[in-house]
Design a protein around this ligand. Structure first.
Ligand code: WTA
Length: 673
């Protein structure tokens, strides 16, 4: 069933699991719909009182704030707790290391099962302190930018927290990005230090991170030092002295004690590059107090964290989910978090379920694409596992189709767990639409209701008028600021305003389509801009097009997303050539390689269609609408026989400069030309 059908049919409703009320598991923090409604109402009507209280309750402040919130979406000058002072590393590490030094902070699950380790809060304190001292040795100061290009090892978290400790701003670049993509991000942020590893390990394969980093650094004069963590030691890594140093040699000589800097609430904590509708990625900037509060409060209430919980988020630290729900949120709450280095199918498709049983995880958080892929591989990989430690199962990154939701609920959750379909974005810093396990009944495919402090609006995409009441479909916007909303785009505040604040005056624009159903539940429909979501990886079509155009044989390119049963969306590229090329297979391969080199292997297109021309209006605008339908095979060879049918499906083609290109494209996609 598609989400379209699920919204319009009357969707099944699942109340919170009964055992949550029976004393068998801890009583949920938010335990009834009434309690949720009351708190939600307070949080949007009186955000100052609500967030002021929660910020004092959940965070440790060096200097308490006197002002809670300031600014708004109109001027893009949002501030929270602006005269308060605190340190994120102190909140995530020190306060728990003092109270509970022997409690496990991080379970590291290595690529090869059984080779991982457990890191206590005491060890975490020491490792973060040592690495912070290394950064200081290399003259990293408050406000300097540090790039982290690391595999999924605890050292990635140490590096992030060490930056937070001394007030440096980290920019984590996903280790699946290519040398060119890494270079662009380092250059944009003017990073002083690069933290990387000799190699990464994933699914039994090694990835030569240092070699890739060296290619990137050929053109990054701002980098003064490269600190290399030795993950495998398998290859002799090229070292360029005196720029490169080994992590282990550096930390060996350092004291584990490094005072945490006193940071202002609005000092930047990190930036994270994300794709938008233009070719150039944006460095979304999050600040200290608001971000930490959002991450801390959401994970506590949405995953219903209790003191002895072990929380497993399967994302990568290179994406926002890893920042908020592997590192900052769980650690700030003082619970145990998992850093998972491998992939769900290595060495067998039971890896996740084994992990849950081995470590007795209480919460598990992954993406619909993984759920769909594992469901396809068959229930026999799940059945032998008990999975009885679990209470809450989360989904993130893209819409989850009802079938996958139901499978997650029945086969993994054994109908005993709350399923939380959590909707949010890099820009929102933390989850904004979601069920709460003990309070909100769920409907498969719907992210349900707004989190505390989130004041949602559904707008008519063309007029910008707010669509009031229920049973409405439009674009999703937010009426008022909340603590973890991004404050700016690095070095480009105008772009921040143009992208998020200008499209609809007085609102933050999410870029997603949405339906609010008859019960007031939200159903996210996917992006309405040129952003596509492949396996939960956010990509801009413009970025892929820019990569293709750089190839000497490519004249023009247009990229669209099509639906895919496993990856959610998949990439299809249409390209025309500068001159005729006899060997289309060779040129197609070259174009795929081009995208992998400029962005990374995760952006590999499903299909490249070489075409003599792109469908354009007389004024030269590419008609992507037509390409989307052709690529998704919504129009086929049979439609070519029927002119009216074709017009019904594709709309008026007479505005095209050359309508004859449409049959050519359809034939190409069908493999007939
Ligand atoms: C999509 C990832 C439907 C959405 C946290 C959003 C979702 C984009 C969901 C942000 C969900 C994320 N249901 N769609 N539960 N979660 N999305 O910045 O289109 O990588 O705008 O942040 O993912 O992707 P990003």
């Amino acid at each position: 069933m598609s989400i379209e059908e699920a919204v319009t049919e009357s969707a099944p409703i699942f109340p919170p699991p009964e055992r949550f009320q029976q004393g068998e598991v801890p009583v949920p923090h938010i335990n009834s719909l009434e309690q949720y409604k009351e708190l939600h109402e307070e949080s949007v009507k009186n955000p100052t009182a609500f967030w002021g209280r929660v910020a004092k309750e959940l965070l440790h402040w060096y200097r308490p704030f006197t002002q809670v919130n300031y600014g708004g979406f109109v001027d893009g000058d949002v501030q929270w707790f602006s005269d308060g002072q605190l340190n994120v590393a102190y909140n995530c590490v020190d306060r728990h290391a003092f109270a509970n030094p022997d409690k496990v902070a991080i379970i590291w699950e290595s690529d090869e099962p059984g080779q991982g380790e457990k890191i206590t809060y005491r060890q975490l304190y020491q490792e973060v302190g040592k690495f912070a001292n290394v950064l200081k040795k290399y003259k990293v100061r408050k406000g300097d930018t540090v790039c982290i290009y690391m595999p999924m090892v605890p050292e990635a978290a140490y590096a992030m927290l060490a930056c937070a400790r001394i007030g440096a701003v980290h920019s984590v670049v996903f280790a699946g990005f290519s040398a060119d993509a890494l270079r662009d991000r380092i250059q944009d942020a003017g990073c002083k230090i690069l933290v990387t590893a000799d190699q990464g390990k994933r699914g039994g394969k090694s990835i030569g991170l240092k070699v890739i980093a060296d290619q990137a650094l050929a053109d990054c004069p701002s980098i003064e030092k490269v600190i290399v963590y030795q993950r495998t030691g398998d290859i002799s890594v090229p070292f360029s002295s005196p720029r490169d140093v080994w992590w282990h040699e550096e930390v060996d000589n350092q004291s584990p004690v490094c005072p945490a800097e006193t940071m202002n609430a609005e000092d930047p904590l990190f930036m994270l590059y994300t794709s938008g509708s233009t070719g150039k990625p944006k460095g979304v900037v999050h600040t200290t107090a608001g971000y930490l509060l959002g991450a801390t409060a959401t994970v506590k209430y949405i995953f219903d964290l209790h003191e002895n919980d072990r929380f497993g988020c399967m994302a990568d630290v290179g994406w926002i989910t890893g920042h908020s729900y592997i590192v900052y949120g769980p650690l700030s709450n003082g619970i145990t978090t998992v850093i998972f280095e491998s992939i769900p199918t290595y060495p067998t498709p039971s890896r996740y379920w084994q992990l849950i049983d081995d470590h007795q995880l209480t919460q598990f958080y992954t993406a619909p694409t993984a759920i769909r892929a594992l469901r396809r591989l068959g229930d026999e990989h799940v059945e032998p596992y008990k999975l009885d430690s679990l209470r809450v199962l989360g989904s993130v990154g893209e819409p989850i189709n009802p079938e996958a939701w139901l499978w997650y609920h029945k086969v993994i959750g054994r109908e005993r767990c709350a399923i939380v379909d959590t909707y949010w974005q890099t820009e929102t810093g933390s989850i904004i639409v979601t069920p709460l396990p003990g309070a909100i009944a769920t409907k498969p495919g719907s992210a349900t209701l707004p989190f505390f402090g989130i004041d949602l609006a559904v707008l008519d995409p063309t007029t910008g008028q707010e669509l009031l009441g229920n049973d409405v479909t439009g674009v999703l916007a937010i009426r008022q600021p909340f603590p973890s909303i991004a404050r700016t785009v690095y070095d480009n505040h105008i772009r921040y305003l143009d992208t998020y604040m200008k499209p609809y005056h007085k609102y933050y624009f999410t870029g997603d389509g949405v339906t609010r159903d008859a019960d007031g539940y939200y159903w996210i429909r996917g992006r309405v801009d040129d952003v596509i979501n492949v396996s939960g990886h956010r990509l801009s079509t413009a970025e892929i097009e820019s990569a293709l155009i750089l190839h000497p044989a490519c004249a023009e390119a247009a990229v669209v997303g099509i639906n895919d049963d496993v990856t959610g969306q998949a990439i299809v590229c249409f390209a025309s050539l500068k001159s005729h090329h006899a060997d289309e297979t060779a040129i197609t391969k070259a174009f795929v390689a081009q995208i992998r080199t400029h962005i990374g292997p995760f952006a590999t297109p499903k299909r490249i269609v070489i075409t003599p021309e792109l469908p354009k209006t007389r004024s030269g605008k590419i008609m992507r609408r037509i390409l989307r339908k052709v690529a998704g095979q919504e129009v086929t060879l049979a439609d070519l026989e029927d002119e009216d049918g074709l017009r019904n499906k594709l709309g008026d083609l007479s505005t095209l400069a050359d309508p004859s290109i449409v049959p050519t494209l359809i034939k190409k996609v069908a493999g007939r030309q």
